[in-house]
Design a protein around this ligand. Structure first.
Ligand code: MTE
Ligand code: MO
Length: 469
């Protein structure tokens, strides 16, 4: 290639808006990305954060986007070389201090770290061991000193309060909640069969159940002066985490204030998971656990609680974790037109057998095992299993942890012994499951009618193909 024009950092800095065109640098390359802005997978706004400067720190942060394919695409926008001070400077690796993880976790992305519980151990016990609990991180794991950690509680109708870990553990009653957390993208992989979706390729293992303990959020809000019987303008309780990106934007989410102030809703500031302090990946030292609500709102590494008339303004509340009709795609999506997901739909999955398993025949029956769960505290009242495409169903045996209606926060494990019809003792078998919750909601037969661009809340009948030999 011929010699390219040379630019200094200052030259690049002058191109930080659409009028002057938007330039960025990567290593010692200078790129005019104005025409690429609207095509940026994370949205133009995100790319604008780097306008007039280096994208290197962003790529170090969102390392999953730094692929050969993307770099090649970027090369198409190259207009010159960066010269002078600051050219090709090294970026500090924001992932240099990630915690050690159990090798059995099924990694879906390394940086940020995302991994699911291996299906062999998934739902084999009522609670998931913390080391094998799925991890969903959007950013590098922050390292927090528990001795100096504080949560700031403030906002409409409250006095500003700062609470240390000691305050939380000694001044507030310890409340234990066995709760399932499920990522909004659990089972996303199946959506790709309908039409490609954008997001981590989760199988059935982005879900887990743990015994969490901590201070009730309702107690903490009351302590700060929020009157549960008269919320005034307060509609939402927002949370912020200590994990942040290069621009200083931290992870954030909110839940409806009604849920936050209700004792029966069991939202806690958890400092224990399965009887021990929270692991680093799961929010040490303190996280929110909002049972019955999609995992994304249970903010880890908690730093702030804000009572507000508004929802969290974070990207994850406003521009992610929402559902749309199957006809809405990235070119037509209006994020403001849909509410943020809170309570989730009824779900179930088969964990054993696994896809592709070969069972030794001849067999008269197949033993099937899995989990079922519903949001909003609804209990699971039935799970049906079929091996003939849904013509006939065997009702599974349920092993509920909680049956309390409206407060069934944990999944229900189930197993079924399904008889094989005459003459089907060998060959391929497709096993199907579906659940019914205490609101009598059930799962859709296939994913086409619930497909959505972000690939969230897939709860189509779970189907597992095996064979008997
Ligand atoms: N909180 C912070 N601070 N940062 C995050 O990236 N991820 C959310 C939620 N809380 C997240 C967070 C999402 S999308 C999910 S599904 C759950 O945490 C996952 O919790 P886990 O990693 O403990 O399983
Ligand atoms: Mo999630």
């Amino acid at each position: 290639r011929g010699k390219l024009r040379e630019y200094s950092k200052e030259d690049v800095a002058e191109h930080s808006n659409r009028e002057n065109r938007v330039w960025v640098t990567y290593r010692n390359g200078v790129y005019d990305v104005t025409d690429f802005l609207e095509m940026h997978p994370g949205g133009a706004q995100r790319l604008m954060l780097a306008a007039g400067g280096a994208i290197d720190p962003f790529w170090a942060m969102y390392a999953q986007h730094n692929t050969a394919e993307v770099r090649q695409m970027l090369e198409g926008y190259r207009i010159g070389d960066l010269i002078g001070a600051g050219a090709s400077q090294q970026v500090e690796d924001p992932y240099a201090n990630e915690p050690k993880r159990h090798p059995a976790l099924v990694v879906r992305s390394k940086q940020p770290y995302n991994a699911e519980t291996p299906v062999d151990v998934l739902a084999t016990s009522p609670t998931t061991p913390s080391e094998l609990f799925y991890v969903r991180n959007h950013l590098p794991v922050p390292h927090v000193d528990p001795a100096t950690w504080m949560v700031r509680v403030e906002g409409e109708g409250m006095k500003r309060v700062e609470l240390s870990l000691k305050d939380l553990t000694t001044n507030f009653k310890k409340h234990t909640v066995t709760s399932t957390l499920q990522c909004t993208g659990n089972r996303r992989d199946m959506f790709n069969d309908v039409k490609k979706v954008k997001g981590l390729e989760w199988g059935v293992g982005a879900i887990g159940t743990a015994e969490f303990a901590g201070a009730r959020l309702s107690d903490v809000l009351a302590y700060a002066g929020l009157d549960a019987d008269n919320l005034g303008d307060v509609e939402h309780i927002q949370f912020e985490g200590l994990d942040s990106d290069v621009s200083g934007t931290c992870y954030g989410a909110s839940i409806p204030a009604m849920k936050a102030v209700s004792r029966a809703d069991d939202v806690i500031l958890a400092y224990e998971m399965n009887g021990r302090e929270l692991p680093l990946d799961h929010g040490f030292p303190v996280r929110i656990v909002a049972p019955g609500i999609t995992g994304a709102r249970s903010v880890k590494w908690l730093s702030r609680i804000i009572a507000s008339p508004e929802e969290s303004g974070s990207h994850w509340q406003q521009k992610d974790y929402k559902t749309f009709s199957p006809s809405v795609d990235w070119d037509s999506v209006d994020w403001d037109s849909a509410p943020a997901i809170q309570e989730t739909n009824v779900q179930s999955a088969i964990c054993d057998p696994k896809p592709g398993d070969v069972l030794e025949g001849p067999l008269e029956e197949i033993e099937v095992r899995g989990y079922a769960y519903s949001g909003g505290g609804q209990a699971v009242i039935r799970v049906d299993v079929s091996i003939d495409g849904g013509d006939t169903w065997t009702t599974a045996e349920l092993e509920p942890i909680q049956k309390r209606r409206y407060r069934a926060w944990a999944w229900t494990l189930w197993h079924a012994v399904v008889p094989l019809p005459e003459g089907r003792a060998e060959g391929p078998v497709q096993i199907i499951c579906k659940a019914v919750d205490s609101a009598c909601n059930t799962q859709p037969e296939d994913a086409s009618g619930i497909w959505n661009l972000r690939g969230v809340l897939n709860n189509a009948w779970h189907k597992v193909g095996i064979s008997i030999q």
